[in-house]
Ligand binder design. Structure first.
Ligand SMILES: Cc1cc2nc3c(=O)[nH]c(=O)nc-3n(C[C@H](O)[C@H](O)[C@H](O)COP(=O)(O)OP(=O)(O)OC[C@H]3O[C@@H](n4cnc5c(N)ncnc54)[C@H](O)[C@@H]3O)c2cc1C
Ligand SMILES: NC(=O)c1ccc[n+]([C@@H]2O[C@H](COP(=O)([O-])OP(=O)(O)OC[C@H]3O[C@@H](n4cnc5c(N)ncnc54)[C@H](O)[C@@H]3O)[C@@H](O)[C@H]2O)c1
Length: 491
């Protein structure tokens, strides 16, 4: 298995999701010869089964929810009817409208050769492609980027084979065939997917049960965020079963629906359902295309260093397949490093910057965070101070009927240096952008406070939390002295 003297391409990218598309685009932009291989739909998970359909569904559900609340604003409408096929048409139309951004035509125009087929590494420099159109092609490359994504985890739960369970990959096709929203929906897993879908479906009219084995939802988020989220979901009617372990499914092989036996500290219970969605995390897609025989996978995990290089430095990985974060914005962030380190790594290479990774969960009120939560700071032994601002005080939130949630900022004790921010509230994922820029460029809360924020906006919350910090750190001695000074000036 010796390294070829000549290569067909500078770079081959396997997988045309966010990570693969951006790696290929960057390579073409710097005039490398690049081939992008995709076995399924261009755009990968985000476009076809992930972010786009889920956010489209969430928007339909949000409209139903706000219509129900219309009387609060003096608008009289009847209880909204949910035309589920119409909802799913919006989901499909959203995908179709965005698909040209990721299409073969667009990438070909950008200078990328796109090949549709299943790629397989036959040696460290050579990839064969079983073409979707039939036949096979073989190409060699100086560098290869693995961007094959991840797939839903399906646990070995007894009886699972007897229920027609759904995952984020199959649920969209299933829902497209339903005349009505599922009557009783069980969601297993209280992470991002479980929480987003639970709220969307309860708003569309399903009876939703959400089961999470940990004691709280979104266990990686700040404790206060989880509490706010639980309150929001329960207030809308989600049957929330945190701290519950799934034991076994009960169902009949050719019948839709079934039941799940569960256990918590108090004993066993059972939940019946018409549809069940597994949202238990996503595992790297590393099997069946040659990685095992090259020794790149250890226990199902693709090992890569800080430069995203595998044990063969010219084979790199980006996106969900390598982690450690499974977000579209992380996939495209890593893609730059994979492409640049793949093409130029022997001259100059760059370690991935993971110092600031924003995250958001698109429930209502939205949840967004960046940097450290209190839990993370405590675990890492980092000292911090907490400053809060509650959104029930904010003019814009009040007029919009969205006066719930908070902005919570962790700072270095005695300084305005921001360590982390968690926001729960309307448009939290947009609001957090100001803090991301501030943290990235070393701007503290004083700088946010001294910046004019348009009135009346939700973004003023960012300035007001900075104001709260300032008040808590006002120099008492100087204020006492100023009081005396003003008394003296009054004569
Ligand atoms: C329901 C849901 C909602 C989500 N919402 C959000 C969100 O709001 N925000 C966010 O940031 N993230 C969200 N995500 C996560 C996001 O979708 C992923 O992090 C992102 O799409 C990962 O991109 P990727 O390029 O690494 O992988 P993918 O998009 O999975 O792309 C991998 C591609 O590789 C192809 N492939 C695999 N093996 C081969 C092979 N051997 N040959 C050829 N092709 C191959 C696959 O067909 C696939 O198209 C969501 C995910 C889900 C499931
Ligand atoms: N808004 C977003 O950015 C967004 C939205 C959806 C998905 N995603 C990405 O997709 C990935 C997958 O999402 P996900 O929600 O499937 O995974 P996740 O890892 O976020 O959550 C899975 C949850 O399932 C729980 N769990 C695991 N096994 C269980 C069991 N047997 N019984 C009950 N609960 C169990 C875990 O404790 C965890 O809370 C996430 O890592 C996320 O990065 C992002």
């Amino acid at each position: 298995m010796s390294k070829p003297k000549k290569f067909d391409r500078n770079l081959i990218v396997i997988g045309a999701g966010a990570a693969g598309l951006v790696s290929a685009y960057i390579s073409a932009a710097v005039k490398a010869e690049v081939t992008l291989i995709e076995a399924g739909n261009m755009g990968g998970d985000c476009l076809n089964t992930g972010c786009v359909p889920s956010k489209a569904l969430i928007q339909c559900a949000r409209i139903a929810h706000w219509t129900r609340r219309a009387d609060q604003f003096g608008i009289c409408v009847a209880e909204p009817g949910v035309d589920f096929p119409g909802v799913m048409r919006h989901v499909r139309a959203s995908i179709e409208r965005i698909a040209p951004h990721d299409s073969v035509e667009r990438y070909t125009e950008l200078g990328v050769e796109v090949v549709q087929g299943q790629a397989r590494l036959v040696d460290p420099w050579t990839v064969t492609i079983a073409l979707n159109s039939g036949g096979e092609r073989t190409l060699s490359a100086r560098a290869i980027v693995l961007a094959t994504g991840a797939e839903p985890i399906v646990p070995p739960l007894p009886g699972l084979e007897n229920v027609h369970y759904l995952t984020s990959e199959t649920l969209w096709d299933r829902c497209a065939k339903l005349d009505q929203v599922p009557r009783r929906l069980l969601l297993l897993g209280g992470g991002s997917i479980g929480c987003e879908l639970a709220q969307a479906f309860v708003r569309l009219g399903s009876d939703v049960t959400l089961v999470e084995k940990e004691s709280r939802l979104l266990p990686r988020e700040d404790q206060e965020v989880s509490e706010a989220l639980s309150r929001a979901l329960e207030s809308e009617g989600v049957n929330l079963l945190t701290g519950h372990e799934a034991l076994a499914f009960i169902g009949k092989p050719n019948r839709i629906g079934g039941a799940l036996r569960l256990r918590n500290a108090e004993g066993e219970t059972q939940v019946t359902f018409d549809e069940v969605i597994l949202a238990l995390g996503r595992r790297a897609r590393t099997q069946g295309f040659g990685l095992e025989s090259l020794g790149l996978v250890q226990g199902g995990k693709l090992e890569a260093d800080a430069y995203l290089r595998t044990r063969y430095p010219h084979i790199l990985a980006a996106g969900d397949v390598v982690g450690p974060y499974q977000f579209t914005h992380m996939a495209s962030h890593q893609a730059w490093y994979a492409a640049v380190n793949g093409l130029f790594g022997d001259i100059k290479k760059f370690p991935v910057d993971y110092s600031l990774v924003p995250r958001a969960t698109f429930i209502d009120p939205e949840v967004a965070s960046v940097g450290l939560s209190e839990g993370m700071a405590s675990e890492q032994g980092i000292a911090y101070e907490v400053t809060r601002y509650a959104l029930d005080d904010l003019d814009r939130a009040i007029v919009d009927g969205a006066a719930q949630g908070f902005v919570k900022v962790l700072t270095v004790p005695g300084k305005d240096t921001i360590l982390g921010v968690s926001i729960v509230g309307e448009n939290a994922a947009e609001l957090i952008a100001e803090f991301i820029i501030a943290m990235k460029h070393g701007l503290g809360l004083n700088k946010i406070l001294s910046t004019i924020h348009t009135y009346p906006t939700m973004a003023e919350a960012n300035k007001f939390v900075a104001g709260n910090w300032k008040r808590a750190h006002a120099p008492e001695w100087a204020l006492r002295w100023l009081k005396l000074f003003h008394r003296w000036r009054r004569g």
